[in-house]
Design a binder for this molecule. Structure first.
Ligand SMILES: Nc1ncnc2c1ncn2[C@@H]1O[C@H](COP(=O)(O)OP(=O)(O)OP(=O)(O)O)[C@@H](O)[C@H]1O
Ligand SMILES: [Mg+2]
Length: 269
């Protein structure tokens, strides 16, 4: 298939801005740690961006601020034209662990955000949509299975469905696949891309894997630690849909090498 044929008519670089973070800083008062200093991030509609950096450089802090879970000490966070002042319905988040409730079936876990938001009846009605999502991630037939009957990768896919059930405009992903094996992870990454392209979702991914960041992203934010800040913003100029064989191209290896060198510099600062 011609990879360029599937590129959306509007490329992310000309699409409207969905997220705008300007001069965001965060000091945790409790221990006076400056977790973030003057971080600015712009996410365009339908774009996929990643943030990569050493442990403790403020990636999760950044995601929590974007999600409205914690306030910044300074700076502005605007989503779809409105300041983020607390948790919002148009944001979906996913963490390292799938955190499905073991006493609920897969489908009951998936509609839980609807149950919390709109009540039991709405959750019941959302099950049909939940089943469609299960089809989308290749889990047809597992709606009534319990989490203990799912593999780690399957549980993560169920967690993707749970994130998507509220139809968030933005997906904030904090190392969602770091606990799954490498083969499953490659597969999940391609799934994630497919879902994002199909739904024209805007995604922001925290990862420790440089190849994962490069294969998925239109833009990679490299962060440096102490204090956490953006060291470089790297555009990734590969056509969509991305395929795993792109990993073997010279362009891919050059970008990976460049990012690794910047991270090595940052780690020493
Ligand atoms: N709730 C908190 N209270 C005080 N300090 C915190 C809190 N959360 C994080 N920190 C500190 O802020 C800094 C950034 O932490 P954060 O979790 O954002 O880093 P990270 O880049 O996500 O790291 P990792 O890659 O290990 O997940 C660290 O020095 C950490 O100790
Ligand atoms: Mg983290």
């Amino acid at each position: 298939m011609d990879a360029t044929a599937a590129v959306a008519a509007v490329t992310p670089s000309e699409a409207e801005t969905v997220y705008e973070l300007t001069g965001v800083s965060k000091t945790y008062e409790r221990n006076a740690v400056v977790a973030l200093q003057d971080v600015s991030v712009t996410l365009r509609s339908g774009s996929f961006s990643s943030v990569i950096g050493a442990s403790g450089c403020g990636k999760s802090t950044l995601l929590k601020i974007m999600a409205g879970l914690i306030p910044p000490s300074r700076g502005r966070v605007v989503l779809q034209g409105k300041p983020v002042l607390g948790p919002r319905r148009d944001i979906g988040m996913m963490f390292q662990q799938a955190t499905l409730f073991p006493w609920r079936t897969t489908i009951e876990n998936i509609v839980l955000p609807i149950e919390i938001r709109d009540g039991r009846r709405a959750a019941q009605e959302a099950k049909a949509r939940g089943r469609e999502l299960l089809d989308l991630v290749g889990l047809s037939g597992f709606a009534d299975a319990y989490p203990s009957q799912l593999s780690g990768g399957m549980a993560q896919r169920a967690a993707i469905c749970r994130m998507l059930i509220t139809e968030p405009a933005v997906l904030l992903l904090d190392e969602p696949f770091s606990a799954v094996d490498e083969l499953t992870r490659d597969f999940m990454n391609m799934e994630l891309q497919r879902i994002c392209l199909a739904r024209q979702a805007t995604a922001f991914l925290v990862t420790h894997s440089i190849p994962e960041a490069v294969i998925l992203s239109d833009t990679v934010y490299i962060m440096a630690p102490r204090p956490g800040r953006v060291a470089e913003v790297v555009p990734i100029d590969l056509p969509r849909p991305r395929t795993l064989d792109m990993i073997t191209t010279p362009y891919f290896s050059d970008i990976v090498r460049h990012i690794r060198a910047r991270l090595d510099e940052g780690a020493g600062s």
